[in-house]
Design a protein. Structure first.
Length: 120
């Protein structure tokens, strides 16, 4: 399902207060709204496949998917995992989902540690 269809469905299931689409989509997915779930599954599957393509290039042992999108819940995260695993039929790196409101601090810490061990 495309974004246009979700926006159209939002009128029926979305917020009456004019709230943001992120909150409306999260609420609709949590209520198992079929349009919202289908949309998130499609997006998640594509995200998983794209992450897998990047992983095939850099070959890490662990992949952490983080950020605000993870708050959409299982409709998105399960689809990310399915899309990811479809690209790795045999061995694959560990894939984990992580959402914390302060996730950006972890990213900053990684950059600092990388700088400490950089050879240049």
């Amino acid at each position: 399902m495309g974004l246009a269809r979700w926006i159209s469905a939002r009128q029926k299931y979305g917020s009456k207060r004019g709230g943001n689409q992120h909150d409306d989509l999260t609420t609709a997915a949590a209520a198992s709204n079929p349009d919202a779930v289908r949309f998130l599954e499609g997006v998640g599957c594509e995200m998983g496949e794209r992450i897998a393509n990047l992983v095939a290039f850099v070959d890490p042992e662990l992949v952490i998917v983080s950020g605000e999108a993870i708050r959409f819940g299982a409709a998105l995260t399960d689809a990310i995992r399915a899309g990811f695993e479809r690209q790795f039929p045999l061995t694959k790196p560990e894939l984990t989902m992580d959402w914390q409101s302060d996730y950006w601090t972890l990213d900053a810490a990684v950059l600092v540690v990388q700088g400490l061990f950089s050879q240049t």
